[in-house]
Ligand binder design. Structure first.
Ligand code: PMP
Length: 359
């Protein structure tokens, strides 16, 4: 029996994807080998990679003037690679600080350029997205960076900022493919795969083609978006098995009815949990209602001394990885695309019972 895994990432994957990968493990489509064993330059793997890219494009309706890169290094590496690839002749970039992952991006970018923090949610402990009219944008910035879903704080953008022609760069690591995105409003979208997309090791970068070719000379070739784009992400060996699993996840998403269908499901799953939290005096979520994440839902018990008992009981009921990130404490339920509604129902039922017996 599979557990309900509420991990923030690496995270739950769709069971049909895992079954199919298991079926294909020893002999992929009569090739006599596992995908892991294939040359990335062979026709089998080239076929796998190009199908993955075209399904991803279909899912997000990626316009033709955007390149989709399958890279390595995680979102953390991209925090350095974004200024390296985008600065060109410019010397500064704007960042909006909505929480822990924004802070990491800001810190890293500071090694390569002047960082202007255009807005911050520090005044309310990173529980909201600052309204656009409070942002101090610099028209000369190379780009504006935002984190559209703060995995730790559980804060999500429900709108797209207007950056007046300056390229908008978004870390979508923890909600990419969970909702519709108007890609054309962004210059760059990036994220690690290990939440909604597939195994760790794969990093997606979606970049508008006019933004390619401005890399600083120090940019490593393997992380130079233009060089990778010119080589279909195969300048060096890509994370082949992660790309294959991501491809199966894309196929699964298309079978589910695509992003529109999965977004509806995600809205319903998140509402189940938030509605319960909001009527409870035992549990609470600190995030402004309009800015709450559908993917990562932090909550606290009225008495933190009960945290351990809560987690232990959850484990006994087949629910794991509910402990909140150490920076914010409390609990966190990550309910990505592959978390079945039954998992959220089971969590709410357990929370009710725990409240009844400990409240
Ligand atoms: N940004 C966000 C929003 C994240 O959730 C994470 C990982 N939890 C990262 C960046 C860092 O990603 P990675 O560990 O893949 O480098």
């Amino acid at each position: 029996m599979r557990t309900f895994n509420f991990s923030a990432g690496p995270a739950v994957l769709p069971e049909p994807v895992l079954r199919r990968a298991a079926d294909e493990m020893l002999d992929w489509h009569g090739s006599g080998m596992s995908v892991m064993e294939m040359s990335h330059r062979g026709k089998e793997f080239i076929g796998i990679a190009s199908k993955a890219e075209s399904d991803f494009r279909k899912l997000l309706a990626v316009p033709d003037n955007y390149r989709v890169l399958f890279l390595q290094g995680g979102a953390m590496a991209e925090n350095a690679l974004i200024p390296m690839n985008l600065l060109g002749e410019k010397t500064s970039a704007d960042y909006v600080n909505t929480g822990e992952w924004s802070k990491k991006s800001i810190k890293e970018a500071g090694k390569y350029c002047k960082v202007n923090v255009a807005a911050t949610a520090a005044d309310r402990d990173f529980t909201y997205v600052p309204a656009q009219d409070t942002w101090q944008l610099d028209p000369n910035a190379a780009y504006v960076h935002i984190c559209t879903n703060e995995t730790i704080g559980g804060v999500e953008y429900n709108w797209v900022p207007d950056t007046h022609g300056v390229p908008l760069v978004a870390d979508m690591s923890s909600h990419l493919l969970s909702r519709a995105v108007d890609v054309a409003k962004y210059g760059v979208i990036y994220g690690g795969a290990q939440k909604n997309i597939g195994p760790a090791g794969l990093t997606l970068v979606v970049v508008r083609d006019d933004l390619l070719g401005h890399a600083l000379p120090i940019t490593p070739s393997a992380f130079n978006w233009k060089e990778q784009a010119d080589n279909d992400s195969m300048l060096n060996t890509p994370p082949t098995y992660s790309i294959y699993i991501a491809g199966l996840v894309f196929e699964w998403l298309l079978e589910q009815g695509g992003i529109e269908a999965i977004e509806k499901r995600n809205i319903a799953k998140a509402a189940l949990l938030y509605d319960y939290l909001d009527q409870s005096r035992f549990y609470s979520n600190p995030v402004a209602r309009g800015d709450r994440s559908r993917m990562n839902i932090p909550f606290r018990l009225a008495d933190a001394a009960l945290d351990d008992a809560f987690l232990k009981g959850a484990q006994q009921n087949n629910m794991v990885q509910l402990k909140g990130h150490r920076v914010v404490g409390g609990m966190r339920a990550s309910i990505y695309n592959a978390m079945p509604v039954e998992g959220v129902q089971a969590l709410v039922a357990y929370m009710k019972e725990f409240e009844r017996t400990h409240g």
